[in-house]
Design a protein around this ligand. Structure first.
Ligand code: PAF
Length: 296
């Protein structure tokens, strides 16, 4: 297959490497449009060279993976509109929710899919990627009327970077991931700690309040998970990623825009629609916004 990857961060680089290794023709699209080639080394494997930024090639792609952050979705794909046909499946993979709602109306005729993953990767330098945790990628429809992805496409993705599974109820998976990100990301960014530190006694009350407020919104706006199940799931992710610095922690450290508006901001917007007040999330949201505003 001919596959384009838009956004060569850690997860984009991992997918690019794995897909090319599996024999597919991979085109990479980077924020800086000038390079025509890109080199990536995955762990200790040989370096691979990729074609980069060949815009006209997008038209004949079998599938396009968009792995930019939620904050960059719109600006990354808007300039590519005239090169992408309405039949090409576009799979969006990022933290947070609501990013596709900001796309212009012209994209509504396209085949848009949402994905969420527990694969973990880290980019120690611009040409290196480390696969730090093996996981599961779920893909589902953005709009109910869309057809499912073809079995052929799903099995090729699954062969390249297992496991990939079609999920008819992707919204439930996205909400679960949103709850994880709402609890872990702003907390670790604000308290300057690794994910694992959040299990310490001093954060118990704060985490409990954050999880309970998430649960309140999910009961009305998302999938209904029992509170203890949600709590258990979030603590499992904290333990599985104990040694990681969350993406929001890293964004704050590097003075980059965070995904707070598509994580806690999305939760607060939903809460408002149901007249719910979330004091703990609101306070954390303001604290992250303050850190962003204080960038030098
Ligand atoms: O954004 C992140 O950092 C990750 O989604 C997660 C799961 C919180 C692990 O660090």
């Amino acid at each position: 297959m001919k596959i384009a990857i838009i956004g060569i961060g850690a997860i984009g680089a991992l997918w690019a490497y794995k897909l090319q290794q599996a024999g597919h023709q991979v085109l990479t699209m980077t924020r800086d449009k000038s390079p025509t080639q890109l080199q990536i080394q995955l762990d200790d494997n040989p370096i691979q060279t990729f074609s980069a930024n060949a815009l006209s090639q997008l038209t004949t792609c079998d599938v396009i993976l968009i792995t930019v952050k939620s904050t960059q979705v719109n600006q990354a794909i808007a300039p590519l509109y005239s090169f992408i046909t309405a039949q090409t499946p576009l799979i969006f993979l990022h933290n947070g929710m609501g990013a596709l709602d900001t796309l212009g109306k012209q994209w509504q005729q396209h085949c848009l899919y949402l994905a969420t993953t527990t694969q973990a990767a880290f980019k120690p330098s611009s040409q290196q990627v480390k696969h730090t945790g093996h996981g599961l990628t779920l893909i589902g429809r953005y709009q109910a009327h869309q057809p499912a992805l073809s079995q052929h496409l799903l099995s090729q993705l699954n062969l390249a970077l297992p496991s990939v599974i079609w999920d008819d109820n992707i919204q439930a998976a996205l909400w679960k991931k949103l709850a994880v990100n709402c609890v872990i990301n702003p907390s670790t960014a604000y308290y300057h700690c690794k994910n694992g530190a959040l299990t310490q006694e001093q954060y118990h009350a704060q985490l409990h309040a954050l999880i309970q407020e998430c649960h309140q919104v999910m009961q009305l706006a998302g999938p209904a998970f029992p509170l203890d199940e949600l709590q258990q799931y979030i603590y499992q992710v904290i333990e599985a990623t104990a040694d990681n610095y969350s993406s929001m922690y890293q964004d704050i450290q590097h003075q980059r825009p965070t995904e707070i508006d598509f994580i806690t901001g999305f939760l607060l917007k939903k809460a408002k629609q149901y007249d719910l007040h979330l004091p703990t999330h609101s306070a954390l949201y303001q604290q992250i916004k303050k850190l962003e505003n204080d960038y030098s």
